[in-house]
Design a protein around this ligand. Structure first.
Ligand code: FAD
Length: 572
């Protein structure tokens, strides 16, 4: 008889788990989702009541989506979701992004292309091109220093990365305190704020450096660091995914809130849910996959810590705010074929001009038909005072102040581009509905914050398999190889939860594929040298010395191994 699985939360992690269980066969799958539709943070929104004359409402996103070239789990899933006219399903809806941009106030837009390095000196060249351009204004030697830190990371063994770099902040690792303001803005603080919504003083080096290396490396594999969808995320991906799951008898209960999980101390015995009509039910299943986000896990899973100690440590994990706003324009403004980091913006804005990638989407069929352009923006710092129309923090502003301040910060960054933004271009806007304005005591609330990888946080992140044999975890805060709060991490977590469930249930289904990160093989011998040094209790000797130490360290290690193999009292 089929085993019953209750998936609690229908974001990328929950949908991945449902998809994999369907593939396995032998499971009845129910997804309980709080929102009106599945997709979680990845789901698109629409601007309410904006469609007139039979047109669709204007498309909105929780925040714009990018799919770095190193993602493997998400593309694998996408390939298995049919999409009309696509040989590779939803995967064919991903479009390669040729450029990235760094905008600074009063300066021309700095763009960086993709390339295909295959030797260490070419890697050095790439890094130098990327960070040592005159427009970036770094002090002499700073680019070389930063490159040295990245190369040092690439020659650091995995054991040292976990033992040492996990608890060192990106700020300290890159020596930001002793560098120029421009270095701090672009290579230390700006990078972490814009990409992962956190302060460099708190971001852990193991994760930051690893993601940077993977981003750069993905150019060799995919020919580009970055891809985006060719339409709104829900249209291009989430809706076809849910349709596929429903056609495979996955049952979705939306607008259903999981309120608590009950345990007898040895297993989960049931889950209390509140239905859309307000009734409260107790549901039971053979297995439970908790796929709600970390801030909900802190409320619902931490009370289970007496029976499952790993759940107790979730309470120490931290979130920050990162939320999107879309500007609808009367003219199309491509600006740059890729994401732009607005490096001087107080609220850490990043943006992308969307229509150039949305092949086949006729914006004339949306809203009142007059919208021609759409800039999608993420606000990644909600705690710094504004600088243009308000000196309040974003999380203290009203909606109008947020919009006006964002528009002015963006305008100041686009003056040096071929497409400056004129206020007359702005038709309307849409702020992520997760942001609400409850009133005086809490001027702004955010129902969907984002996990941040603070220094030393790995120890507090749980595995997908818990100490309770019928409870598994799937969300972006679970320990994964991707190791970042992103769609790739969520997808991998969903697979890990299903793998643990397969093992617990005795099913003979094939395990879900889980990929690790690979790094250029040319660095492996030096990583090996560092591993030997680490095991001897020595620090990393630095990128300039490690290569010259290679022969001596390997010979010494070989001598030790030979001595260890010799019988006691044997010839020396
Ligand atoms: C602004 C922004 C931009 C981003 N951009 C990118 C990007 O470009 N690329 C990328 O890879 N990642 C990006 N991310 C991160 C990515 O969106 C998330 O890491 C990922 O979607 C998380 O998926 P999840 O399934 O773990 O969690 P969620 O998406 O949070 O899904 C959890 C689900 O559980 C539901 N839920 C919550 N509470 C309950 C309850 N009590 N009962 C029932 N259901 C409940 C929620 O409604 C939700 O649907 C971005 C995040 C943000 C905030």
């Amino acid at each position: 008889m089929a085993k019953k699985v209750a998936i609690l939360g229908g974001g990328v992690a929950g949908l991945t788990a449902a998809h994999e269980l369907v593939r396995c066969g032998g499971f009845d799958v129910d997804v309980y989702e709080l929102a009106t539709a599945p997709g979680g943070k990845a789901a698109s929104n629409v601007k309410p009541q904006s469609g007139t004359g039979g047109r669709h409402p204007l498309p909105g996103e929780h925040g714009f989506r990018f799919f770095p070239g190193f993602y493997q789990h998400v593309p694998d899933t996408m390939k298995r979701i049919p999409f009309p006219g696509n040989a590779n399903g939803v995967l064919d809806n991903l479009v390669s992004v040729p450029l990235g941009g760094i905008a600074q106030e009063g300066k021309p837009l700095y763009t960086f292309p993709t390339a295909v390095p295959s030797r260490i000196d070419q890697w050095r060249q790439i890094f130098e091109n990327w960070s040592d351009q005159a427009e970036l204004g770094l002090a002499p030697g700073e680019a070389t220093y930063f490159i040295g830190r990245l190369l040092t990371f690439m020659t650091t063994c995995d054991k040292r990365r976990f033992a040492e770099l996990e608890s060192i902040s990106w700020w300290d690792y890159t020596d930001a305190a002793n560098r120029s303001p421009q270095y701090r803005k672009l290579l230390a603080g700006g990078l972490t704020r814009s990409l992962v919504a956190m302060r460099a003083e708190e971001a852990n080096t193991r994760t930051m450096a690893s993601i940077l290396v993977q981003m750069i490396m993905s150019m060799t594999r995919q020919g580009t660091m970055n891809r985006v969808l060719n339409a709104a995320t829900s249209d291009a991906w989430i809706k076809p995914w849910v349709a596929l799951l429903m056609s495979n008898r996955v049952n979705f209960s939306c607008e259903t809130e999981v309120q608590s999980l009950q345990s007898d101390g040895t297993k989960i015995t049931g889950v209390t849910v509140k239905r859309p009509n307000g009734t409260v039910d107790r549901i039971q299943a053979d297995y439970y996959i908790a796929a709600f986000p970390v801030e909900v896990a802190q409320r619902l899973l931490v009370p289970l810590a007496p029976a499952a100690p790993s759940l107790g440590r979730i309470r120490h994990l931290r979130c920050e705010w990162m939320n999107g706003i879309q500007l609808y324009l009367r003219r199309d403004m491509p600006i740059c074929p890729g994401q732009i980091i607005c490096a001087d913006s107080a609220w850490a804005l990043t943006c992308i001009s969307q229509p150039q990638f949305w092949r086949g989407v006729d914006l004339g069929r949306y809203g009142d038909g007059s919208v021609k352009g759409l800039i999608s923006i993420d606000i990644s710092d909600w705690t710094k005072p504004g600088t243009k129309v308000t000196n309040k923090r974003a999380d203290q502003c009203n909606e109008n102040e947020i919009v006006q301040e964002v528009v002015e910060q963006l305008r100041a960054h686009l003056t040096g581009t071929s497409d400056p933004l004129d206020p007359a271009d702005l038709s309307s806007w849409f702020l992520d509905p997760s942001i609400t304005f409850p009133g005086q005591a809490t001027p702004v609330a955010n129902s969907q914050p984002l996990l941040v990888n603070t220094a030393g946080s790995w120890v507090n992140r749980p595995e997908a398999r818990t100490e309770l044999p019928n409870l598994f975890l799937a969300s972006d805060y679970v320990r994964t190889n991707a190791d970042l709060a992103c769609m790739e991490g969520a997808n991998e977590a969903g697979r890990r939860a299903v793998n643990a469930l397969i093992a617990a249930s005795g099913s003979n289904a094939r395990r879900c594929k889980v990929w690790g990160f690979s790094e250029p093989t040319i660095f492996l011998p030096l990583k090996k040298v560092d591993e030997i040094l680490f095991e001897m209790g020595s620090g990393h000797p630095g990128i300039d010395r490690i290569a010259s130490l290679k022969a001596a360290v390997l010979a010494r290690s070989e001598r030790r191994r030979r001595l260890a193999r010799q019988p006691a009292g044997g010839p020396s």
